[in-house]
Each structure stands twice: as structure tokens, then as C-alpha cells.
Design a protein around this ligand. Structure first.
Ligand SMILES: [Zn+2]
Ligand SMILES: [Zn+2]
Length: 351
């Protein structure tokens, strides 16, 4: 069981409104930054007071509304966005990294993140976009996705402003020694290749990004050119998460809570159940494509009602489970494209 500590955040989540800026420790605040048009509604950016300014954990979605909420939220802490000295980024997704260029332009802040996510920072060159679209199309066709879903398969790119760089490449266990704080990076690959959680050693609070959220399970998708077996990595990251301190969990969405190990175990059970459901679907329908399997299993909304974008997420998530089942010898894929999945043949034991 988890204990919700962000009571006002949970009420706001339930009432579909933005929670307030809150001081969560002396000199530490949560600042909700809206994500226009996204069902997750807001990302929780965290601000930590330094001797000479502020450190941020994540920045928010790149839109005018989000920028206004971030700068107003920082002002509510008694600071100004120009005071930001460093932005520690949990992962490259646009709701976390999106405002980095504007924060850098306003403050000259340094940016710290894991190299495996920094590697995907790209300028929107026509060549890079064409190559990513081609790889995405080929993968979705292999998964048996219908044409409208394949056609919608563009991958989001986030960018640094021209001439800007990632200043600090963080590896597992690296510590950002900030005046008054000690932020230890814990590499938790799965949701993205370079996802980081940050443990603040003096307060024992853990910033979990999207790796562990109190209510929903993060999307774990196979993206061409990224982790070859992301769910396997995610499950290993969750097992490590259960060993982290539990002063309080400060996630990037929904609300803060206590009980990180229990929540990590819940998520492991959720994926075990999902793996069993998918293995059973393959047993019932041998020679299924990943798309067929996605259509046969349960979702929070009917699969047939999903638009092309949701369908793409669903089939890539199904595929991540099929890869874990395949590496465990429970299912096997056959054929170049589309790949068809069947129960793995039982090995014949030689006396
Ligand atoms: Zn994310
Ligand atoms: Zn997110």
C-alpha cells in the first residue's frame, strides 16, 4: 500500500484542475506545469533553493501556457527563472525536457542528464526525420499494424537550442553536489534508455520522473534505435527501485506519496499479470501478429476505439511484452514481416 502525501495534488487530479505550487521541504517546491491537450494534464517540476539561485528537476512541456506556469510558479517560490543555475532532467520526453531551451536562454542554466537519452537529442533536419520515419514504418509493418497506424508513426524529437550542449552527463551513482543538497542519479532504463531517478540524500526524498507514478504504469514501448528489450530493462530497474530510500516519492505526474518499494512491487505484479494475459492470447491464437495480440487483450479503453496514435503506443507496448515472453522461452516469433507469434515449441529432452 502507498500512503498519499500530496493530498491537495490528489484532489486536484480527481477534480481535473491544476494543483497549487507547494513547498514540500524547506527550500524545495513542486511546481505543476500544464501539458495542453494531454490526458496526463500536468508535469510536476521541482525547484530546489541554492545559495545563489535555483536547481530544477525537469522543466515542462514547450508551450506558452506551460512557460507562463513555470515562470509564475518559480516566482511563487520567491525566485525568478533567470536564477536557475542547473536543470537536472529525468528523461528526454517533451513534457520533461521541452522547456530546456527557454530556461537556458533565460538563465544560462547548465543541463544535466544521462548520456543514453542525450544521444537522441537531434536537430529537426529533414534527413534525420526521414530516417526516423522509415525505421518507424518498417517496425510498425513488422508488428502487423494497419496502414493508417503505420502512416501516423512519427517519433517526437526534442531539441537543444542551436549552440547549446548538455553540460553534465550523469551516469548511475553520480552525485550532483549542490549547495545544501546532494542529488544522486540512479539509472532506471526502461521508459527511456537514459531515464534517471534522483535521490536527495539529505532528505531521502526520491524524484522518480515517469519511472514510478502512484496510479498509472508508464508506457514501455519498443522504439526503433532505442533499447532492444525495454520491458526487461524496466523490470530490472523496478527491482532496484524497491531498495531506494523512502523519505517521500516525488513523481513527475499525479501526486506525491510514501511507499516506493510497495509501488515498485505493484508495478512488477501488474507486468507479470500482463505477461500472462499476453501469453494466453498467443496460445489461443497461434500465428498472431503483435497487432492481433494487442486487439485481443484488455485495455483501459476499447482497442477498436483507439486513434492511430494510441494504437501505435498499444502495439509497441504489446511488442515489449512479447519480447520478454520470447526471451523467457514462452513464445516465438516467425517470419520477416509481419512477424507472427505462437507458443514456443516445448524443447525435446535428449536422454
Ligand atoms: Zn516519459
Ligand atoms: Zn512524463
Amino acid at each position: 500500500m502507498i500512503e498519499t502525501t500530496g493530498i491537495r495534488q490528489r484532489e486536484a487530479w480527481r477534480d481535473k484542475v491544476l494543483p497549487p505550487v507547494e513547498q514540500v521541504r524547506p527550500g524545495m517546491w513542486s511546481i505543476p506545469v500544464p501539458m495542453p491537450g494531454n490526458p496526463l494534464r500536468y508535469v510536476l517540476v521541482y525547484a530546489l533553493a541554492l545559495d545563489d539561485g535555483l536547481a530544477l528537476v525537469d522543466t515542462g512541456w514547450d508551450s506558452e501556457e506551460s512557460w507562463t506556469a513555470l515562470t509564475d510558479g518559480i516566482r511563487a517560490t520567491g525566485h525568478d527563472v533567470s536564477d536557475v543555475r542547473i536543470a537536472a532532467i529525468t528523461h528526454l520526453h517533451p513534457d520533461h525536457f521541452g522547456l530546456v531551451p527557454r530556461v537556458q536562454a533565460a538563465s544560462g542554466a547548465a543541463v544535466a542528464m544521462h548520456a543514453a537519452d542525450a544521444a537522441f537529442l537531434a536537430y529537426r533536419t529533414p534527413d534525420a526525420l526521414r530516417r526516423m520515419k522509415r525505421e518507424s514504418d518498417t517496425q510498425l509493418a513488422c508488428l502487423g499494424a494497419p496502414e493508417p497506424v503505420v502512416d501516423a508513426g512519427l517519433i517526437d524529437l526534442v531539441r537543444l537550442a542551436e549552440g547549446q550542449t548538455v553540460d553534465v552527463m550523469l551516469g548511475d551513482g553520480d552525485t550532483l553536489d549542490l549547495p545544501g543538497w546532494s542529488l544522486r542519479a540512479v539509472w532506471t532504463p526502461g521508459h527511456t534508455p537514459g531515464h534517471l531517478c534522483f535521490v536527495e540524500e539529505t532528505t531521502e526524498v526520491v524524484f522518480t520522473g515517469d519511472h514510478v507514478l502512484p496510479r498509472i504504469s508508464p508506457n514501455i514501448s519498443v522504439i526503433p534505435g532505442q533499447l532492444p528489450n525495454p520491458l526487461d530493462r524496466y523490470l530490472a530497474s523496478l527491482r532496484r527501485t524497491a531498495l531506494m530510500p523512502d523519505g517521500e516519492t516525488l513523481p513527475a505526474h499525479e501526486y506525491r506519496f510514501r511507499g516506493l518499494a510497495a509501488r515498485a512491487r505493484d508495478l512488477l505484479h501488474h507486468h507479470d499479470a500482463r505477461l500472462d494475459e499476453i501469453a494466453a492470447a498467443v496460445t489461443d491464437r497461434p500465428e498472431s501478429t503483435a497487432w492481433d495480440v494487442a486487439a485481443a487483450i484488455s485495455w483501459s479503453r476499447p482497442f477498436a476505439d483507439m486513434n492511430a496514435n494510441l494504437g501505435r503506443l498499444a502495439v509497441r507496448e504489446t511488442y515489449s511484452h512479447l519480447l520478454v515472453l520470447a526471451s523467457g522461452g514462452r513464445v516465438a516469433g516467425d517470419g520477416p514481416s509481419p512477424v507472427r507469434w505462437s507458443p514456443a515449441p516445448t524443447p525435446v529432452s535428449v536422454p
